[in-house]
Design a binder for this molecule. Structure first.
Ligand code: GTP
Ligand code: SPV
Ligand code: MN
Length: 610
């Protein structure tokens, strides 16, 4: 392998738009290791964007979509379609600091593996330098990053998902050159004359985090959370470790503004595991007369205490990376309108014969012929999905017609209620209000959900996904629970109420007991009114559930009997659930706070099950 001599890297760095030594030495060190042919600094201007788009069109990675405004289609390698949790590592110095849920490797050991993998990994390619900020540069504590990558697809996607470019580079310089180092390579060097493929990647993949150094190294994948390093890697894994030190929360949550018919406003945050309804709830169009919902975020919330003791949430992202299948005019018209506004990159959806995109659930009628995400002819008889179940639309959040004005506020919005929820066919009621913060943390810590296509692996098996953060906690899960409890003890804190929801409970015949989607506004209304102190509830072993008549099902095709089933707490199901929760806590080792273990006993007593 030829390694560029120092002179040639200096040549590549000539004309760099910064003289900041921290930034330059970072970029220089990665270039020396990965030996790209060129270095290009991302400015954020349209001309550069066009050029990158044209290059990707020429390479066959992007297809322009004539029926859409400024939008493109990409199909990934069929083996690079989702986050790879089994290849994701937290490389803290101590193994105990990564905790039982994360893969761990000692930093030096991982660096030695990465050293080999990244050596010459950008050969024949361009190394792009993307200065970015998660959140806003005018925040009290702006959170900067620089991602270097050899994928132009990643550049275009990052430009949708985060604020990137020259302005952010200047802001990093002004703030003393502090940034999270994000290093990404698809791991597909090109020999001279070697023809490129449409979606270069590597069968070896490593998504690695060094929380103590605040660095991220990602190798081998070009897809989603593996490659757009500002998203899960930075804004959740690294940020959660920073948040622990600094007394705030970095969470896998949507943020929603609700306005009652009387004009009263409340803000809600909600954590559901991947592909379990955050984007849908964040964009909800309430079916209840006079109620208004506005969007602030659909995937990530950073929450800090304000001077008034309330928890203020900001969405650090600038775009939506939404699950395409199931997104349609009946389920999520707001998302469809956001997509219509243009500027999208679609990945692994299907193509219609007239050059538009399609996915399952987009329209009531299925087209008679499509090109599926693998590039094959497809008809409804094909028996396979036309769009990959984890296919995505990447769309500027400012397209969202319901985007709340407060999105632009660097200080965020005060949260009145936190919802935890998962995808469970049984056991978990439609909605319960937890008894207090500790009990809410207990319910969050035992959150369970059937797995989805958002991560590689088996789909549909129940697993615990604490606070919907299982794949994203940057440190020991027991310490993470402790941190949540400590947040609750913050002096002068005015804590949000915590609720647990389940839109996915099934009837004996397998049908959903609750219509979900826009009708979830009825649950949101109850939550709003519980916070306001106006809705009635009955006490149950799980906290409070809606008293008869207090959950508005007026005009809804749901009978009182169905609602009772949706809200039911069945002792036989809970006997099993409690055993599974105990097993879960035991599996997490000795960092799990005793207070949470005590909650299991309390619940067992309240339920009266053995
Ligand atoms: P990530 O982006 O992976 O974090 O996912 P997400 O939590 O934003 O999930 P999203 O809103 O994209 O929904 C994922 C899937 O769940 C889609 O196929 C939806 O159609 C489906 N879904 C969302 N809300 C509901 C609901 O209330 N009821 C039912 N039955 N399905 C829902
Ligand atoms: C998720 O899996 O929770 C996502 C998609 O939001 S990804 O960006 O791939 O993490
Ligand atoms: Mn997500």
């Amino acid at each position: 392998m030829t390694v560029l001599d120092r002179g040639s890297v200096e040549d590549l760095l000539a004309g760099a738009p910064t003289s900041n030594e921290k930034i330059l030495s970072f970029v220089r060190s990665i270039a020396e290791r990965t030996t790209p042919d060129r270095i290009e600094w991302i400015t954020g201007d349209n001309e550069q964007k066009r050029e990158l788009q044209n290059q990707l069109i020429e390479a066959g990675t992007l297809k322009p979509l004539p029926k859409q405004k400024d939008s493109f289609y990409a199909a990934s390698d069929p083996d690079d379609v989702a986050r790879v949790e089994e290849r994701t590592y937290i490389c803290s110095r101590e193994e105990a600091d990564a905790g039982p849920l994360n893969n761990w490797m000692a930093p030096d050991e991982m660096k030695s593996i990465l050293g080999d993998l990244f050596a010459g990994s950008m050969k024949g390619r361009t190394m792009y330098v993307i200065p970015f900020v998660m959140g806003r540069a005018d925040a009290d504590q702006p959170m900067f990053g620089i991602e270097v990558t050899d994928s132009a697809y990643v550049v275009l996607s990052m430009q949708i998902m985060a604020r990137c470019g020259t302005a952010e580079l200047k802001a990093i310089e002004e703030h003393g050159g502090e940034f999270v180092e994000c290093v990404h390579s698809i791991g597909a060097p090109l020999e001279p004359g070697q023809e490129d493929v449409v979606w270069p990647c590597n069968t070896t993949k490593y998504i690695t985090h060094f929380p103590e150094e605040r660095a991220i190294w990602s190798f081998g994948s070009g897809y989603g959370g593996n490659a757009l390093l500002g998203k899960k890697c930075y804004s959740l894994r690294i940020a959660s470790a920073i948040a622990r030190e600094e007394g705030w929360l970095a969470e896998h949550m949507l943020i929603l503004k609700l306005t009652s018919p009387e004009g009263e406003v409340k803000y809600v945050a909600a954590a559901f595991p991947s592909a379990c309804g955050k984007t849908n709830l964040a964009m909800i169009e309430p079916t209840l007369e006079g109620w208004k919902a506005e969007t602030l975020g659909d995937d990530i919330a950073w929450m800090r205490f304000g001077e008034d003791g309330q928890l203020y949430a900001v969405n650090p992202e600038f775009g939506l990376f939404g699950v395409a299948p199931g997104t349609g005019y009946t389920t999520n018209p707001t998302a469809m309108r956001a997509i219509e506004a243009g500027g999208n990159v679609f990945t692994n959806v299907a193509l219609t014969d007239d050059g538009d995109v399609w996915w399952e659930g987009m329209t009531e009628e299925t087209p008679s012929h499509l090109t599926d995400w693998k590039g094959n002819d497809w008809t409804p008889e094909s028996g396979t999905p036309a769009a990959h179940p984890n296919s995505r639309f990447c769309t500027p959040i400012t397209n969202t017609p319901t985007l709340a004005d407060e999105y632009e506020n660097p200080n965020g919005v005060p949260i009145s209620a936190i919802l935890f929820g998962g995808r469970r066919k049984t056991t978990m009621p439609l909605v319960t209000e937890t008894k207090d913060w500790t009990h809410g943390v207990f319910m969050g810590s035992t959150l369970s959900s059937e797995t989805t296509a958002a991560a590689k692996g088996q789909v549909g098996v129940v697993r615990r996904d604490p606070m919907a953060m299982r794949p994203f906690i940057g440190y020991n899960v027991g310490d993470y629970f402790r941190h949540w409890l400590e947040i609750g003890r913050t002096e002068g804190a005015k804590l949000p109420k915590i609720f647990y929801v389940n839109w996915f409970r099934r009837d004996d015949d397998g049908s959903f007991l609750w219509p979900g989607f826009s009708e979830n506004s009825r649950v949101l209304k109850w939550v709003f009114e519980r916070v306001a102190g106006t809705a009635e509830a009955v006490e149950t072993p799980l906290g409070h559930t809606p008293a008869e008549g207090s959950l508005d099902i007026d005009g809804l095709d749901v009978t009182e009997e169905q609602l009772r089933k949706a809200l039911a707490i069945k002792p036989e199901e809970w006997a099993e659930e409690l055993a599974s929760i105990e097993e879960w806590y035991d599996s997490l080792g000795d960092h799990v706070p005793a207070e949470l273990k005590a909650e299991v006993d309390n619940l067992r007593q309240r339920l009266g099950v053995k």
